[in-house]
Each structure stands twice: as C-alpha cells, then as structure tokens.
Design a binder for this molecule. Structure first.
Ligand code: ATP
Ligand code: MG
Ligand code: FE
Length: 335
C-alpha cells in the first residue's frame, strides 16, 4: 500500500510517502516566524502551514517518485493520512482539511493518526526495529510518557508527567539562561563542554511511573537569583550540563522502574527531546548495564515529522482502520 501522510500539529509542516511500511520521503518545512516571539504563535503557525502545505506535499511526492509528475503520483496513492490530535487546533485544521479534500477528490480512504502514538511508532521506521512488547519513553515539547507497546496498535500509557513536559523543562531552563527559543538543542550543545556534576538541582519524588518537571525550573530560577551579575555567561556550559544531567536522571530513573515492573527489556525513546545527545548516550549506557536492547530513532524521526504519521497509518491501513470525512481535529485527546 502507498500512503501519503501529512503532519501539521504544531510548527512543522511535513509530508511523507510510505510504500508497504518503507518510507520513501519525509519532507519537513520548519517555521522560522516564531523565533522572535520566544514561542510558537498559533495564528502565525496556521498561516505558515497554509503557505507550506502544497509545496511540502509536492516535494514529498517528487522525492518518492522522481520519474513522475506529482499529480500523476497522487493517482498511485492508496490512502491519505493526517494528524488528527493533539496539537494546536488551527495548525491541525490545515492538515486535516487538506487531507480530507485530497481523499474526497481522489476517492481514496482517509486514515487519522494520533500524534503521540506516531512518535512511539517512529521506532518501527528503520530496519533495526524493536520486537513487541517494548517500552517507549516519549519526551517531547508537550508530553512526557512511558508507553507499553504490545503491538503496533496496542499502546498503553503507563506513566506521564503531572505538570511540565521534559521539552518544556529544557526550553524554560534555557530561557532563564537567556538562550533563544527553542532552547533544548542549545542546552545540548553547551552541555557537551560542561561539567554535569558542577551544580545540583532539585529532583522530585513522584510516585509510580509519573514525572514532574515544574520544580526543576523553580530550582534553577532561585539558584540563578542568588548569583552575581555575569555568573551565567561565565558558567554557561556547566549550567547547561548540570540542568541536562538532572532532566536525564529524572527520565532514566522512571524508565528503569518501568522495565523492572513490566519485565520488558526492549526500550525505545521518541519525541523531540530524544534528539538530545546526553539522553541518547545515557540510555545506551543504562541499557548495556541492565541487559536491555535499546532503540533510538534517527534525528529526523525524533522531532515532528510526517514519516511517523505514515508508518502509523500503514499499520492502521492493514487493519482497515479508516476515518470518515466527518472526523475533525481535536487539540487535546486521550488514547
Ligand atoms: P508534542 O509532540 O508533545 O505535541 P512537539 O511536537 O512540539 O510536542 P517535538 O517537536 O517532538 O514536540 O519536540 C520539541 C521539543 O524537543 C522542544 O521542547 C525542543 O527544545 C526539544 N528538543 C529538540 N532537540 C533537543 C535536544 N537536542 N536536546 C533537548 N531538547 C531538544
Ligand atoms: Mg515542534
Ligand atoms: Fe511532537
């Protein structure tokens, strides 16, 4: 089956073509308009999606089928997939409406995909994929979850954050350090030259497999308020390394607990924060010590992308899980 998938939940417009579970293209347009506002501006995001969506789909089709004209390639598509939830409603609407219009005009089935399930299934894109059951630590800008995957469409959230997401912990800490948005990748960069044990920040004691990150931000804020002017500039690398180290500790403690509780030894990570080099290295190390098989998606499949939507849609297509044209996007949604 050939699937054309569209992702537009936040500030990346992306399209991907997948043939029988193999990704042929994954085109991503990042939106730069938000940088000067220090965060994603929803109205600007939907406008940018509207500008980007046709060229992005065009590019994905051309990359997948270089010999054919995009309009001819469309005839070979067996289903149109889109991100239905969760995300910014105006952003989701653009992708949803476009997908529905395509499905209607081509008379092809529509597959709606949950963005957080797709982040997990990004681990099934590459050849070296985890066997079921596996655990996935999904760490992104809006979510922090531990998922037990018993099958591609049998996913269960067994732990999650009670306040901020791991990505927010990175971005909000970065903001306190005067770094521009999104600060996560910059903390990663500076942390490479810093001492992770130099400064100690609060690690919360949260029951079960749940997380909390709001205390960390406060702990960093109070710590910085006590320092002399110029302290941040002089200690930026160590500050970044120490903050990153704290976040990774909080995350890895819980995934270790989840592995002990479930007895599952295949452990994956997913979501934008799984692009963090410290987390990637620490997970590998912990996996070697614990006797796990660990899986980490390629960078382009960690942050928002349509390839993860396409692979999820492929499994739904195989089970004939189609959507009606009446289905609309929703900003929040359990699964
Ligand atoms: P959600 O998937 O929960 O709806 P989202 O789609 O906005 O949220 P992603 O795009 O998956 O989230 O991830 C974005 C987050 O990942 C941001 O908080 C960003 O700072 C963080 N991030 C990206 N790269 C890195 C990195 N190398 N180190 C730390 N954080 C990173
Ligand atoms: Mg994003
Ligand atoms: Fe995401």
């Amino acid at each position: 089956a050939t699937i054309l998938a569209i992702e537009s939940s936040c500030d990346e417009t992306s399209a991907s073509v997948c043939v029988d579970g193999k990704i042929l293209s994954n085109f991503i347009a990042n939106q730069t308009v938000h940088q000067k506002y220090g965060g994603v501006v929803p109205e600007l995001a939907s406008r940018a999606h509207m500008q980007n969506i046709v060229p992005v789909i065009d590019a994905a089709l051309k990359e997948a089928f270089p010999e054919a004209l995009p309009q001819n390639s469309l005839q070979n598509v067996d289903a149109i997939a889109f991100t239905q939830a969760p995300g910014l409603i105006g952003s989701l609407l653009v992708g949803a409406q476009f997908a529905k219009s395509l499905a209607l005009s081509l008379n092809k089935p529509l597959v709606s995909v949950h963005h957080m399930q797709a982040h997990v299934l990004a681990n099934l894109i590459e050849e070296n994929r985890p066997a079921f059951p596996f655990l996935c630590l999904t760490v992104s800008g809006g979510h922090t979850q531990i998922v037990l995957a018993s099958g591609p469409l049998d996913l269960k959230v067994i732990g999650e954050t009670i306040d901020d997401a791991a990505g927010e912990a990175f971005d909000k800490s970065a903001k306190l350090l005067g770094l521009p948005y999104p600060g996560g990748p910059l903390i990663d960069k500076h942390a490479k030259n810093g001492n992770p044990l130099r400064f100690k920040f609060a690690e919360p004691q949260i029951p079960e497999l749940n997380f909390s990150f709001s205390g960390l931000k406060t702990s960093v804020l109070y710590f910085l308020q006590k320092q002399e002017p110029g302290f941040i500039e002089a200690n930026l690398d160590d500050l970044c390394a120490s903050i990153q180290h704290t976040i990774i500790n909080i995350l890895l403690k819980k995934i270790k607990k989840a592995a002990q509780q479930t007895g599952v030894k295949n452990v994956c990570i997913a979501g934008g924060v799984s692009a963090n080099s410290g987390l990637r290295n620490s997970l590998k190390e912990m996996g070697e010590k614990q006797g796990w098989k660990t899986y980490i998606p390629k960078f382009e499949y960690c942050t928002d992308n349509a390839a993860m939507i396409a692979i999820t849609a492929y499994y739904k297509f195989m089970e004939k899980e189609f959507s009606s044209l009446e289905v609309g996007p929703t900003a929040r949604s359990e699964w």
